[in-house]
Write a protein that binds this ligand. Sequence first.
Ligand code: HEM
Length: 507
Amino acid sequence: MALISVLLGGVAGLLGLFIVYFSWNFNYWHKRGVPSANPFSLFGDRGGGLPFGKSFWSLLDPVYKKYKGKHAFVGTFQARRPVLVALDPDLIKTILTKEYSHFQGRGQAFDEENDPLSAHLFNLEGPRWKALRSKLSPVFTSGKLKVMFPLMTDVGQKLDARLRVLAAEKGTDGEVELKDLLVRYSTDIIASVAFGVTCDSLSGEANEFHTASREVFSANLLFIIRLFLSSIHPALVKLLPFTSLFNKASTFFLSLMKETVEFREKNKVDRNDLVKLMMQLREADSREAGTANHIGFNENLMAAQAFVFFAAGLENNANGVGFALHELSVNPELQQRAAAEVRACSARHGGLTYEAVQEMELVERILREVLRKYCPVGTLTREPTTAFQLPNSELVIDKSVWVWIPVWQLAHDPDFFPDPERFDPDRFTDQAREQRHPYAYLPFGEGPRFCVAERFAILEMKLCLAGLLDKFAFSVGRKTDLKLEFVPTAFSPTPKKGFWLKVDERP
Ligand code: HEM
């Protein structure tokens, strides 16, 4: 009995200590005179970043609605960590671009030694990030993308063939679930371009690439738990039973890159893809040994970069094209105009060439509007590198504070995008863009850390959408989810019931 009492007392004591430690910071903003909503609800006004029935991208909704227009910034908390939410686009510009040197990193906890795949451009910081970014940026210039383009069109042809088969299957009434197909298409593109592998997920057969990608994208909840724990204390991440979020996939990607590089060196293979470009970078890097630019670009670091390309590109591309097809099915007149543009540009350039795709102005505006309405990255994060005094304010923030930019909320703010739930590609004509604050629309981020592959991502989505509109007409079917419910635990807006649409040959 006495032992139980001691144990219970110990547990209560530990719990008490944890609560004190957890809530210790909760007067952080109050002490500094920064508006913030009731942190003593334990998880603050955002549900603490945990998905208690709320979607991840909408967690800042209450904060944004309450304070926008009244304050340039406000305080909130991620678990016990103070978070400054920048609300005013001018302040956002200061943080992301003008005063970027004070906000170089994202403050992502990662462990290169035990999880080599985590040492990628998105996570790295400081001089290592800078050197790697300057080496990788030229990989995505238009010249390089043009050279890679044929690898993408090869996969596009397989997509056409597979969709034709699925639409003709008996008993389906021509209705096809497109999310799975688009994920397979994106897997095959990124496997080919970033890992130099032809994996043919589109055939519907199981393959290691597709399995690894599913492991990565089912780790959403683990990702969110990790983010939550790292904001209590970064050391907690290392205590977790998983060093990497996805062990099997991690081993797969690391050995795949090693084998591919070895095979190419041995057999003198020359293929116009990112592996080739990264092998060239590795060589150049080895010549820079002893200089500040040297980063030790070995196969693990190459695999980590290819992996982030894979993780960043896959679902974003599949969802981007899927949401576009959904919107175009609901709006047949817009679809007709987009298909006419695709055919006119293809006719001018003798097919769906790189130049033809570049010229498709309406198709691009449709995708830019998709990235507004269904913005995949709802919040941008920065961590101050040094203490920084916010403009027009007494407030000095230091490394203990995270800075968040409410990308989703800006993209749905009626002051910037009137009637935000309406799908309207005309929001992205040159004239409309000029009239809006450029920092109100940030699907690819901004400043020196903006998405390194924006051009690649837009090209990949445009090519896929244009190829489909050229051959097929899409319409609402019996299984189409017109309300378009999202998976609540997903990191980005993801359709709960997939993208069911009726598919016919386009006359
Ligand atoms: C629709 C598709 C995509 C969207 C919406 C998107 C969005 C973003 C956003 C918001 C960021 C953070 C920017 C910031 O903090 O300012 C980012 C960073 C990044 N993205 Fe993308 N991305 C997409 C596709 C891709 C693709 C296809 C790749 C690779 C092939 C890629 C590679 C990266 C990398 C490596 C970073 C980190 C850059 C750095 O920190 O230097 N993204 N992306």
